[in-house]
Design a protein. Structure first.
Length: 360
């Protein structure tokens, strides 16, 4: 039969205190509680109980130095709390300082876990899995009072908020593009992500839709480029994307997958300027260019919603993109997008350096 043990409750400690004040024996106390005499003996010994002869003076119990139920309960709670293992990630620890520094570099918990494993091989005490990091971050957030320190910590999270929000859908009021090729006609080499030169594109819009930044992502390497645009009009998008793609060799300009946005109304001119074939997703199907959607979410750490994106220069956008491109990525075996992109044979053959691809 399985034997279970429960610590004495506050009521049981009160009974022990009351019966010892009446000079009752340990066996009688144990019988009244339905406990073993050894349990009562240990409880008294742990809490500095003296002999009955020392406790009873002139037939009256002496409280000083005797068993105190309240004090015994406090000691039991303290001992139980001290027996818990220390958290690996707490706000005063050295490991938390490393995690906080990586969060400020816009790394996700999974990326942080991978970086810690590479930094401290064979030292599990200096490593933490991504679930531990998630738990520590949220514990730190909810432990903080509302105010600026809490807002700063929340701002380090990938989406900049503690809870998820329901994603609503509005009515599509955009017109349709003409003479487009469907994403379903895209060649197998683009679908399988085996070769470089196949891209996905989109816009990130700023406050009141008055400013925007173009984003382009290589499907194979996840390498991202950010393009400064004067507006989201088709003419400005054509000029910006042409400038970005023409900085690359022809081998890296094969296809572009885009949504049905009207900013691509001049897609035929873009195809002529760059030599690329442009494919368009089905309406309301962002998953058909999911890599770009995910990248836009990452870039929102640098370009929060509701801000004016027109204040950023092309060089500042390039620096943001380069910081993202040098992060380790799980889908790339924890290599960075820049490593994969520039290790490609065609890039090495072309003799390009990172600043060329970034348009610097």
């Amino acid at each position: 039969m399985t034997r279970t043990y429960q610590q004495l409750s506050a009521e049981e400690r009160g009974v022990v205190m009351a019966m010892k004040l009446r000079c009752c024996s340990m066996r009688s106390i144990a019988s009244a509680l339905g406990r073993a005499p050894s349990t009562v003996s240990r409880e008294l010994r742990r809490n500095e109980w003296q002999s009955e002869a020392e406790q009873c003076v002139m037939g009256r119990p002496r409280i000083a130095g005797g068993y105190d139920a309240k004090r015994a309960g406090k000691r039991a709670r303290r001992v139980r709390r001290d027996a818990w293992p220390n958290r690996k990630l707490h706000r005063g620890g050295a490991l938390w300082a490393q995690v906080r520094a990586l969060l400020e570099l816009k790394c996700s918990p999974e990326q942080i876990a991978a970086i810690l494993r590479r930094r401290h091989p064979g030292q599990p005490e200096l490593q933490a899995c991504h679930e531990t990091i998630y738990t520590a971050i949220h514990a730190a957030i909810y432990a903080m009072p509302a105010g600026e320190p809490r807002r700063k910590l929340v701002g380090l999270l990938r989406q900049g908020r503690c809870a998820r929000r329901r994603r609503s859908r509005g009515t599509d009021r955009r017109g349709s593009l003409q003479n487009t090729q469907s994403v379903h006609a895209r060649p197998a080499q683009a679908n399988e992500r085996l070769l470089p030169g196949h891209w996905e594109g989109d816009l990130i819009v700023g406050k009141a839709n008055a400013s925007s930044v173009g984003t382009l992502v290589c499907r194979k390497s996840l390498f991202a480029m950010m393009v400064k645009l004067d507006s989201s009009k088709a003419v400005d998008v054509l000029e910006g994307f042409t400038r970005a793609f023409c900085a690359l060799p022809q081998e890296l300009r094969q296809t572009l997958t885009y949504d049905q946005g009207k900013e691509m109304a001049l897609h035929k001119s873009l195809a002529d300027n760059t030599g690329m074939t442009i494919y368009f997703c089905d309406p309301h199907s962002p998953w058909q260019r999911g890599l770009n959607e995910n990248t836009n979410g990452l870039l929102r750490q640098y370009l929060p919603k509701g801000t004016d994106l027109g204040v950023y220069s092309q060089r500042e956008l390039d620096e943001m993109a380069w910081e993202l491109n040098t992060r380790p990525r799980k889908s790339l075996g924890w290599r960075s997008a820049a490593e994969v992109f520039f290790d490609d044979a065609s890039m090495q053959k072309a003799g390009l350096i990172p600043t060329v691809a970034l348009g610097l």
